[in-house]
Design a protein. Structure first.
Length: 309
């Protein structure tokens, strides 16, 4: 089955050109099937890029997946047009009155700030609090993972000596857990961040289980409360050229960035990067949708009205 998105969403044509099965609203309404309803709280500045990356990742499943993009009201993106936001994004007030199967909270370029200093922090807290009763499973990515760990478990982040950027080797742990079903013993995944999390605090929390980690990057996939909350500290959804674009952007800003680790052939930025994490990323998102969303949600879940908070 395909992902279902707005007929006019600009990235729809790109997905179709990549032979990704995308169903528009007209065709979806003719099918007698219980689709999965997923919210994506997109906090990234280049929202269309993130839309494309996540839709690619969510497309490799036999399930029909309805996507609704959400934006914050307390902060308006400066890098995405108002027209695009108003046309293709809902706000929290518009989605909070019903139940949802799953939600993704993306990363955001605010990791050097204290959480309480982020302009939309209070709104994000309300969304995460609401999700506890009204979303079957929430997947937090990169800064979204740090924010979720801090809000739910009081685990703070800390600033790294330099930016962690590249594609790093990880090891799979607790292989009986369904989220890492089909993973190899070791696999590669991209990271792009300036901060890390307290691995000792994660390990000492009885509600958290580290399913994959890295000697260099620390905990990578963390299972919270059996899958109610899932935290991924890297960017498995990244495209092949995302780290390249970030590297050249930082060069242009005069930041003197290190060459992303294990990314360019022979560490030569003039050569085309090697994408080595797609299979892992697809498996991660497919397992989340199947085991922690689809198989955990009552059939009539989304017909219920959300609790008023």
């Amino acid at each position: 089955m395909p992902i279902r998105i707005d007929n006019d969403l600009p990235v729809k044509q790109i997905l179709e050109e990549e032979n990704i099965f995308v169903m528009d609203e007209n065709r979806a309404t003719t099918q007698d099937i219980r689709p999965i309803d997923i919210l994506i709280l997109n906090l990234m500045p280049l929202k269309e890029d993130t839309e494309l990356q996540l839709l690619r990742s969510l497309s490799n499943t036999p399930l029909q997946v309805n996507i609704t993009f959400v934006r914050t009201l307390s902060y308006e993106s400066k890098h995405t047009s108002r027209e695009h936001l108003e046309r293709f994004y809902s706000n929290f007030r518009e989605v909070r009155k019903r139940k949802w199967d799953g939600m993704i909270i993306t990363g955001a370029p605010v990791e050097k700030m204290k959480f309480e200093e982020v302009e939309y922090w209070e709104e994000l807290r309300k969304i995460m609090d609401w999700a506890a009763d009204n979303v079957t499973s929430t997947l937090h990515i990169c800064w979204g993972a740090q924010a979720g760990l801090y809000y739910h478990y009081g685990i703070d982040k800390y600033e790294l000596p330099k930016k962690l950027s590249g594609v790093y080797e990880h090891r799979t742990m607790h292989k009986s857990q369904e989220l890492v079903r089909g993973f190899d013993d070791t696999f590669l995944a991209p990271h792009s961040r300036y901060t890390g999390i307290d691995a000792v605090a994660v390990r000492n929390n009885p509600d958290l289980v580290i399913l994959a980690d890295s000697i260099i990057c620390g905990p990578y996939i963390i299972l919270g409360e059996g899958g109610k909350n899932i935290f991924v500290t890297g960017h498995p959804e990244y495209d092949a050229l995302t780290l390249d674009q970030e590297y050249h952007r930082d060069l242009g800003k005069g930041l003197d960035p290190d060459i992303p680790v294990n990314y360019y052939p022979d560490d030569d930025p003039t050569r085309e990067p090697i994408k080595s994490w797609r299979c892992h990323a697809n498996t991660l998102y497919t397992n989340w949708l199947n085991y922690y969303v689809y198989q955990s949600t009552p059939y009539d879940w989304t017909r219920r009205v959300a609790e008023d908070k």
